[in-house]
Design a protein around this ligand. Sequence first.
Ligand SMILES: *Cc1c(COP(=O)(O)O)cnc(C)c1O
Length: 426
Amino acid sequence: MLKQQMYASLGISEKVFQFGEEIEGTLKERFADIDACAEYNQLKVISAMQENKVSEACLYGTTGYGYNDMGRDTLEKVYASTFHTEDALVRPQIACGTHALAVALAANLRPGDELLSPVGKPYDTLEEVIGIRPSRGSLAEYGVTYRQVELKEDGSFDYDAIRAAITEKTKMAEIQRSKGYLTRPTFSVEQIGELIRFLKSIKPDIICMVDNCYGEFVEEIEPSDVGADLVVGSLIKNPGGGLAPIGGYIAGKKDLIENCACRLLSPGLGKEVGASLQVNKDFYQGFFLAPTVVAGALKGAIFAANIYEKLGFKVVPNATESRHDIIQAVEFGTPEGVIAFCKGIQAAAPVDSFVTPEPWAMPGYDSDVIMAAGAFVQGSSIELSADGPIKPPYAVYFQGGLTWQHAKLGILMSLQRLYEVGLVTL
Ligand SMILES: *Cc1c(COP(=O)(O)O)cnc(C)c1O
């Protein structure tokens, strides 16, 4: 069989290949559900592009101030149509997801206001944005206070504590959809909607912002469909479809987006300036591809969960539960397991496959970390990538894969490495 020969030539032994085929064979129904969701989301994006009359001229960029940048302005309408929001800000001047979130927060909070996280600790990089860890330029330095309500033991919302935490100062709530690197579950869009309805029942004018990183197109609806006033994410994750070389987006209520534009660019300038340079075509094409790219990444995550659960490892989410983001964690329980897994992911990459990742001390981490990435866009985590802190429980977090076929190869290669060093028996 040609396919198996090709796998063999890449270093996948027959045992590993067969094990993978067996697992894949059990996933037909789940893959069909993912394809159905991608089909719906593909139509949603095409419809948004048609509705806003995307033309060839939109694919060209501007320079300098970027006045009358038709491609940029139309793309923002396409995002707004897709997310069913009044407006959107989609810019290469937004450097990453953290920057997009920082802009959305700083733009809509004023001295004396309080920010509430009703879902426990936010993503690591936001600790310095908010000032949970003292930091230059944090919201805390500008007199914005912060309050956090922990989730209940079982990962559900603590409604009583949330009610008690809302005061006349509470201006904004930050709701992180994905678990990120925490052990809590990722929230479904429906759960987020429930939380937003609760927050608004107590304080109708509270601004609900959802950190939508890793969640876009995983479901047929987005948090903006269930009451979020702002949704925020990175273009080198899901919505960039692997093609966006940089960027972030904020979609939501018109006046809140205008605040964001004035904060990102300058008061008085707002959305009018900000040249798109040469990125428009990639932003459009990436957004067009994003639903199927996300589907490939999801299939990879589910494939890995099933492979490693079958081999006796703890996987989060588990092999059968429903998905609300593209992240997969596997607990190996040993440093050797984490290292072998990451080496396999690296060896399967289209770029830098010959590089051997090693654990290393990284700023912001309290242990050595090993990272595997062979990406076309630096740090892109919609491309197949993995990282694992070398500390108990010795878990790797991995995500992405621009195609299901590449995700599959990466996971088989990881299994191959674990098999070769005797950490699994097949
Ligand atoms: C990735 C991520 C961020 C930050 O995005 P960067 O592009 O890494 O700055 C914020 N929140 C969540 C949940 C994320 O996954």
